[in-house]
Design a binder for this molecule. Sequence first.
Ligand SMILES: Nc1ncnc2c1ncn2[C@@H]1O[C@H](COP(=O)(O)OP(=O)(O)OP(=O)(O)O)[C@@H](O)[C@H]1O
Ligand SMILES: [Mg+2]
Length: 304
Amino acid sequence: MTNDPAVRIRGLRKAYGDLVVLDGLDLDAHAGEVLALLGPNGAGKTTTVRILSTLVAPDSGSASVAGHDVVREAPAVRAAISLTGQYAAVDELLTGEENMRLMARLAHVPRAQVRDRAAALLEAFDLVDAARRPVRTYSGGMRRRLDLAVGLVGRPRVVFLDEPTTGLDPRSRGEVWDMVRTVVAAGATVLLTTQYLDEAERLADRVAVIDHGTVIAQGTTTELKRTIGTAHVELVLADGTTERVPTDGSVPDVRRILDDVERRDLLVAAWQVREPTLDDVFLTLTGRPTAPGAPALATAQETR
Ligand SMILES: Nc1ncnc2c1ncn2[C@@H]1O[C@H](COP(=O)(O)OP(=O)(O)OP(=O)(O)O)[C@@H](O)[C@H]1O
Ligand SMILES: [Mg+2]
């Protein structure tokens, strides 16, 4: 593997009629890293992933994956990637094991290796017990796991995960996070899209915040949080005003803040510790909240 970026995007543009979805997107994912593409509904995340996985052609600009141009060398790109979408691609009627074998054939895995690879992946993704059951009997979390596992059978160099945990309960989210770490340990570069800041924080080496089809900020989550501020204790006072006190979120620090509230004799109607969310990132970076009608965003901190 060279030092060439695993994903390289320059000036990428895509419009659907009058709707400009990607407006000159620039982005690199380095080999072996997890890069999170963080953005609200409609920001252009899936469109980016679909272009990188050769399912959609860009209007202009360029993109390469594993060193291959997504337009001119589409078959080579397809051979180097795995794509796990917002919607699972596994066959409901087949068993987990059958899905794995089918994908191995499609990915041209040498016949002699199919059995071993399938067994190792089913094991790594905790699906051994369910391997002989039809997928339609699987829970949502199990399906995502199988979807991830199936995508790895061809040993892809770059793995795209489009909102891998959207719609999952907290426990299944945690399971998928563990699985993503398994994918990374296998040596792949991962490009992950998400609407959740906490998800990016847990999984990603670097984060690119995308809005209206351009990258408006990028860096580690620590760097991003430095721009947007840390967690804070939010106090709703009896007169309806709100106070926000920065905190590191530790018990002693929150106690210190609450002690101070008592000393000042403030009448508190409600209080909570708030971690920064994608909404906070957007508010800070753009001066406006995330797009209207994006209800999932504020709940990220409640589902951990
Ligand atoms: N094939 C298409 N035809 C017309 N409009 C499209 C098409 N695909 C996407 N769009 C529009 O492009 C915009 C960006 O869509 P995209 O799916 O890339 O966003 P996203 O960031 O993945 O959003 P979400 O978080 O909801 O998945 C949206 O307004 C969407 O409606
Ligand atoms: Mg999407």
